[in-house]
Design a protein around this ligand. Sequence first.
Ligand SMILES: [Zn+2]
Length: 200
Amino acid sequence: MTSPENLAPGEALTRLMRGNARFAADRASRPRATGERRAELEAGQNPYAVILTCGDSRVSPTLLFDQGLGDLFVLRVAGNVEGDSVIASIEYAVVYLGVRLVMVLGHSGCGAVAATVEGQSGGHIEALAGRIRPAVERATHLAGPLIDNAIRENAKGVAERLRHDPPILCEVCASGQVEIVPAYYALKNGAVTLLEEESP
Ligand SMILES: [Zn+2]
């Protein structure tokens, strides 16, 4: 289902960051959300990016990137961590929808990361905390606020693990067909910043 309209990773990233700049400046255009767009999309979708982000109600990708229906393939789970269902969903978007950019978007004030730092648990929460904990460990060696550093380390760590995930993501990343980038959303000013400007 790939089509020539599928944006290259760099073009997709530019489009996301321009949309976020509009949103952060309160100049959002709220595009592609009319009946005309719904009709256009009835036959199929051709999103240009996957956004893996937190379930936090304050972090809504389509709004904060100022995009419309059919633009973003959004996966949301507390702490924006991977897991079999998340990885399978990314593989689906890459293989069957032709998406070439995956963004792992952490955010300031993330309760899932804070809960991991504070050692909260119970029920199925360990399934998330176990994936966040390596980032907390790395953050303890960094200068600055622990939770905020852990949030950034977590987004970078998830992106890095996805890049090496066999059999599909490791291959499409190594060939350059797909890029997986970690980023950080600041609740205070609405701005998204990339966490690895130097990433391939
Ligand atoms: Zn969160």
